[in-house]
Design a protein around this ligand. Structure first.
Ligand code: AMP
Ligand code: ZN
Length: 664
């Protein structure tokens, strides 16, 4: 089989599996098998760049960075929808439209997905653009980001028209939302408030490989174009499904407003079982002929109506406010409520977010408050029932001192949260930090769990993570639920953690904003904790992808004498505080400040090896040629368009030998 044929077969195969997995939710091969095939395709594509295809399944991982998204006009305006909130509203709508069209009216009922709307354009079965709604007339071109969403087909199947648009909603399913938040909490960041904003925020990220990591989904609901092979909305949904789009099966064709109401009532309860959030139902006149007769108002189609669910709400009494201290010292006020049934669960607590929120709502202890469960995981207080406010009630005074250690709280300008600055003496911070240090992605200490850490701190056996290395078996055996065997394992696990590589140690230190990826970057750049500790804020900002916030936080960490002492202790116990010699031996700074684009096939080295060499020697690899490109390393069969661009921008082209010469 020719390489070209092999590449095409693999693409087709992977496309099918993508479809089974992400559109139908029914994978037929294991993730492992999928990865093997994907890797095979990646290798072939690297070897034969002349068969490059922007819509190949390998392009899903992203990589392109967009500084600012281009504004483009919509070919067909993206209208808004009129809203209704009651049976009467819907009946009025029916009366209005009955006057404008003849004959029976059928309605398509669909769920109203709560996310960010998107217009996708396909030509000859290929995705060519994805544009946000914007103001309805023009939106942002976010094609590179949307391509990373696995359920968006890059290439269609079946009898699709030559050119058309399809509209839908990009959502962040709840499971993915919760997972993202767990990761945020782990690095000491505020969790995201709701899936909808997180979805639209994700779509505006500059780095598409970051978007690829967000578990976004795209649910389609409307075909737009001229001469489409369909006469009705419902048929359109079916066709879109056939062509490979993810169109939820919940849509239903009905014959009357009564049936519409049945559908609404059903989903008002059932929506809790959906994997994503909806905020209502959209009712559409099914026949395109009738739709045309009805036309549009200045803002919305006359042939469609959104029915918005009421967010579930109850009122209950606010008994007290408590304040929680997180691992980073951030204070979160929590409302303790008189238990009440809301959306099927008993609610006892609600989030109050921060001091501003309390002031804005003017919530006071003893107030009757309205609690709502919308997109948020924790219900929130949306208002106070002032008519029931007790006489002599006092405005809530936000705490001034830490509830755990009584240190005076601080609040930095521009930050919503108060912090307890008693970094090394505040129990929840101390415990949280050690728990982070031993966690799986950091030191991964087997035999030691979060509860044991709390116990060790409370017993006064440890105060910071460096103390772990001085623990003895005799000290831990008397602890609750600690048998000889588990004590042994604990000590052994701690000992083994001395082998954990520097980048993970760095992550484990729990410096605010230094998550896994940032830790890797810093470790690679500075190579040792000493070099990192000596870096100024300015130095740090100059490191690729390190922003002011991170730089400040790192500098502050190393400014603390206590932190430096802890690091010295870690060093004395043999914890890895620099990149290992073996890793280091292959690294230089010879290409520092240079950006390379690699194109074509090479003789003595694979493309991936070449890229690794560039990075190991301090250079940067970029996928597209721009004025910032220093050199193009060109092999055989360099793409003609790349060549043209290089010449236009006057970028020097070198061959592999010339490159190898540079790093010799
Ligand atoms: P609104 O933002 O409240 O004006 O509602 C209009 C928006 O609802 C549209 O722009 C779509 O993004 C969104 N929407 C969600 N589901 C659907 C659906 N099934 N049909 C049409 N629009 C929908
Ligand atoms: Zn404190």
């Amino acid at each position: 089989m020719s390489p070209k044929q092999k590449i095409e077969d693999l693409r087709e195969e992977l496309r099918q599996h993508n479809y089974y997995y992400y559109v139908l939710d029914k994978p037929v091969i294991s993730d492992y098998e999928f990865d093997i095939k994907l890797k095979e395709l990646q290798e072939l594509e690297a070897k034969y760049p002349e068969y490059f295809d922007p819509n190949s399944p390998t392009q899903r991982v992203g990589g392109e960075v967009t500084k600012s998204f281009e504004t483009v006009a919509h070919e067909h305006r993206m209208y808004s929808l009129d809203n209704s909130y009651s049976k009467e509203d819907l009946q009025d709508w029916e009366t209005r439209i009955r006057k404008l069209v003849d004959g029976d009216i059928q309605y398509t009922c669909e769920l109203k997905y709560d996310g960010a709307s998107i217009n996708l354009t396909y030509e000859k079965g290929n995705l060519v653009s994805a544009v946000t709604r914007g103001d309805g007339f023009q939106g942002d071109d976010i094609t590179t980001n949307v391509k990373t969403i696995r359920s968006v087909p890059l290439q269609l199947k079946g009898d699709y028209p030559d050119k058309f648009n399809i509209r839908g909603e990009i959502v962040l399913p709840l499971a993915g939302f919760h997972k993202l938040n767990e990761e945020r909490i782990e690095i000491g960041e505020e969790p995201y408030r709701n899936p909808r904003n997180t979805a639209s925020g994700s779509l505006k990220l500059q780095d598409s490989s970051e978007v690829a990591k967000r578990p976004l989904d795209c649910l389609l609901y409307s075909l737009i174009g001229s001469n489409l092979p369909i006469q009705t909305q419902f048929e359109g949904l079916q066709k879109a499904r056939d062509w490979g789009f993810k169109v939820p099966n919940e849509a239903k064709l009905v014959n009357s407003i009564d049936e519409v109401l049945e559908y609404i009532n059903f989903w008002d309860t059932k929506r809790k079982e959906l994997p994503y959030e909806i905020d209502g139902v959209v009712v559409k006149v099914n026949s395109f002929y009738q739709q045309e007769e009805l036309g549009f108002t200045a803002k919305a189609p006359r042939w469609a109506m959104a029915y918005k669910f009421k967010a579930e709400q109850v009122s209950t009494k606010l008994n007290s406010i408590s304040y929680q201290v997180g691992r980073t010292g951030a204070i979160t006020p929590v409302a303790n409520l008189e238990p009440v049934l809301l959306a099927g669960t008993i609610v006892k607590r609600a989030s109050l977010h921060n001091a501003d929120q309390i002031e804005k709502l003017d919530v006071r202890i003893g107030d009757e408050v309205f609690v709502e469960k919308g997109g948020e995981i924790i219900p929130k207080i949306i208002a106070v029932d002032l008519s029931k406010r007790p006489d002599h009630s006092q405005p809530t005074k936000y705490i001034t001192h830490c509830p755990e250690c009584e240190t005076e709280l601080v609040r930095t300008e521009g930050e919503a949260q108060h912090y307890c600055p008693n970094y090394n003496g505040c129990k929840p911070q101390v415990i949280g930090r050690i728990q982070h240090y031993i966690s799986r992605k950091a030191m991964d200490i087997e035999g030691l769990g979060g509860e044991t850490v709390a116990l060790l701190v409370n017993e006064g056996l440890i105060n910071n993570y460096s103390d772990l290395y001085e623990l003895t078996k005799e000290q831990v055996i008397p602890l609750e639920r600690m048998a000889e065997k588990s004590a042994d394992n604990l000590i052994k696990g701690i000992e083994l953690s001395k082998q954990i590589p520097f980048e993970r140690v760095l992550y484990g230190l729990g410096i605010r904003y230094v998550g896994e990826t940032v830790a890797k970057k810093l470790a690679k750049h500075y190579k040792s904790i000493d070099a990192l500790a000596n870096a100024t804020e300015e130095d740090l900002i100059n490191v690729d992808e390190i922003g002011v916030k991170i730089a400040e936080s790192v500098a502050e960490f190393f400014n603390s004498e206590e932190n430096n002492l802890i690091i010295e202790r870690l060093r004395s116990f043999g914890v890895q505080l620099e990149i290992s010699a073996e890793k280091l031996a292959n690294q230089t700074e010879k290409l520092k400040g240079l950006t390379f684009v690699v194109s074509g096939v090479f003789e003595s080295i694979s493309r991936n090896e070449l890229k690794k060499l560039i990075e190991d020697n301090g250079g940067k690899v970029s996928s597209s040629i721009s004025s910032k490109t220093s050199f193009i390393v060109a092999g055989d069969k360099m793409g003609p368009s790349k060549k043209e661009k290089a010449e236009k921008l006057n970028v020097e082209i070198i061959n592999e030998n010339e490159f190898l010469q540079k790093i010799k």
